[in-house]
Design a protein around this ligand. Structure first.
Ligand SMILES: [Zn+2]
Length: 568
């Protein structure tokens, strides 16, 4: 191992000019070089790409990197080329001869690192060209796009397991910045990874100040926003913190809204108050979107008001605040969006403005209604008649809503019955019973979405440390259970004292007397096995494999022995 360690250090110096690895990098590279699959959860900006870029230089064959966005690939490729490494990109913008010459460089061994979009694997010529290529490492970036339950679901990701098998089942590295344990499990299953080493690194972002503001009426949230921009909402915070919070509002920022209309209206409202703002959502013209994004990245535009369509691939280090005017469908979605603030490590402010009645609206907007057995049967029969059609045609033909039709197709895709690409559906085989389409997964999805939403509500409502709440969700523990960078720990003298005490005296482990601590495996008589996600507010939250998240009263759990620790 000593030589391996020295080899890695030397390679790091030679190829990247760095003297030492950042936390987690070496730990991820070593198993990959030994041929073991790795699932790595690491925040953006923590050095994920170095892991496979370095591995690519040390492995005999080619490293293939699947990335969801051309913009992401372009940035990466530029950075790699600057270091003098040969790198290729195959995407839909290349002409056939360009694509061929890229593949030629790969075959001849000139290119060690090749970036592709997931849709490339549908291209027969590309797969043919890859036949003779020795792929050493298969990298899936933004791996959470494979989760059908996630808001960034990308259908082409479902084909990656088959693509990897066709390439000779190379060692696989799945990367994601944010994944709840549930999504982690889904990534491993859907990519068909073999006993992967699962590593979770640094969900904590200590420079993000976390706060939530509860409002009772819809019109009140604009008042909250107005007070934030005016620096009038800082009562109860100490002087230094108040100065930092007010300062953050003078920098670059993102305001997230649930609807496209709210995005436009909020931007106009801000402009009327002299704040330089514009809006961004999926329905704006592409040229407008590009203009807004470029102006924001270059610093010409201070504030972008946007739906969740904005942000993926937007790597701006000095975003000083992210305000949510609406509640995202899950805590991981929230943390991913809020986490676009403060990537340079400087102080940044993340504020969630919420009306209790609105929690669930985002999930409702995103998920549509409920697919019943009757609807599934009708839509499946319609598909058998049409054989090839668009989702909209199938919806019209069957009288089933478009969102429900899309959900049915996802189920049929999972069974190899149908296939959808960019809204066009094709029937692959018709030896199935339209009256017996399995909807367990659909029920599973609904209970999953409900429980995710409950965790989001828990975050909004908690009176305890918000940082500890989020870390608990990602199965990491905050030492001491309090911080100095959330509203609950810093607003009012008593809260400040409590946080300071916790910082001085780390947790003494009293909670662990009965074996119940965050991250621990436990069993419940009715719900089976699960993992403790969080303890606090007099309650204990457990993620059960079969039931999703359940929150139990801590006193009851202890008095009646409702949860028994399970040994791994
Ligand atoms: Zn805190």
């Amino acid at each position: 191992m000593a030589t391996r360690t020295q080899d890695l250090d030397a390679a790091l110096r030679r190829h990247f000019g760095h003297r030492s690895f950042r936390p987690g990098q070496r730990e991820a590279i070593e198993p990959l070089l030994e041929g073991r699959d790795v699932l790595l959860v690491m925040p953006t900006g923590a050095g994920k790409s170095l892991i496979y870029q370095l591995a690519a230089q040390l492995l005999p064959g080619v490293t293939l990197v699947v990335s969801p966005l051309l913009a992401l690939m372009k940035d990466q490729v530029d950075a790699v080329e600057e270091r003098g490494m040969e790198v290729g990109v195959v995407d839909s913008t290349l002409t056939e001869s360009q694509s061929e010459s890229q593949l030629h460089d790969v075959e001849s061994g000139t290119t060690k690192l090749l970036y592709v979009t997931p849709e490339r694997f549908d291209n027969a010529e590309f797969m043919e060209g890859m036949r003779g290529v020795d792929v050493s490492l298969f990298v899936v970036d933004e791996a959470h796009c494979i989760s059908q339950w996630g808001h960034s679901f990308r259908p082409a990701y479902l084909g990656l397991a088959a693509a990897r098998a066709a390439l000779g089942s190379p060692t696989t590295l799945a990367l994601t910045a944010t994944a709840s344990p549930w999504v982690r499990e889904e990534i491993v299953q859907r990519l068909e990874m073999r006993r992967p080493a699962v590593m979770s690194r640094g969900a904590d972002r200590p420079n993000l100040f976390l706060e939530a503001v509860r409002v009772e009426r819809e019109s009140d949230d604009l008042k909250v926003l107005e007070r934030m921009f005016a620096g009038e909402d800082l009562a109860g915070y100490g002087d230094d913190l108040a100065r930092d919070l007010a300062g953050a509002m003078e920098g670059s920022g993102i305001v997230y809204t649930a609807t496209t209309r709210a995005a436009r209206e909020t931007a106009e409202w801000l402009q009327a108050r002299g704040v330089e703002a514009d809006y961004y959502h999926g329905q704006r013209r592409k040229s407008d979107r590009t203009r807004v994004q470029d102006a924001f990245l270059s610093g010409e535009l201070r504030v972008v008001v946007a739906t969740n369509a904005f942000g993926m691939g937007v790597d701006k280090p000095d975003v000083r605040f992210v305000v949510h005017r609406d509640v995202p469908a899950s805590l991981e979605a929230y943390y991913q969006e809020a986490g676009r603030a403060g990537r340079d490590g400087g102080f940044a402010r993340c504020t969630l403005i919420f009306r209790p009645g609105d929690i669930g609206r985002a999930a409702f907007l995103g998920a549509g209604g409920e697919l019943t057995a009757d609807e599934a049967e009708r839509a499946a029969r319609a598909l058998r008649e049409l054989r090839e059609c668009t989702l909209t045609q199938l919806s019209e033909h069957s009288g089933v809503g478009r969102a429900d039709v899309a959900r049915l197709i996802a189920i049929l895709e999972g069974q190899g019955i149908a296939r959808e690409r960019r809204g066009r559906v094709r029937l692959l085989r018709d030896d199935f019973d339209p009256a017996a389409i399995p909807l367990e997964e659909e029920e599973h999805r609904r209970s999953y979405e409900r429980s995710r939403l409950e965790m989001m509500r828990g975050y909004a409502d908690t009176g305890e440390c918000r940082r500890a709440f989020i870390l608990g969700y990602f199965a990491e523990e905050l030492p001491g259970g309090h911080c100095t960078m959330c509203d609950n720990d810093t607003r009012g003298a008593a809260a400040r004292e409590r946080a300071a005490e916790a910082a001085d005296a780390p947790a003494n482990g009293t909670d662990a007397a009965d074996g119940l601590t965050a991250g621990r495996r436990v069993r419940h008589e009715a719900w089976g096995e699960g993992t403790i996600h969080r303890m606090g507010d007099g309650a204990i939250t457990v993620l059960f494999e079969s039931e999703g998240y359940k929150t139990l009263d801590i006193g009851l759990v202890r008095d009646r022995g409702l949860l028994t620790p399970v040994d791994d």
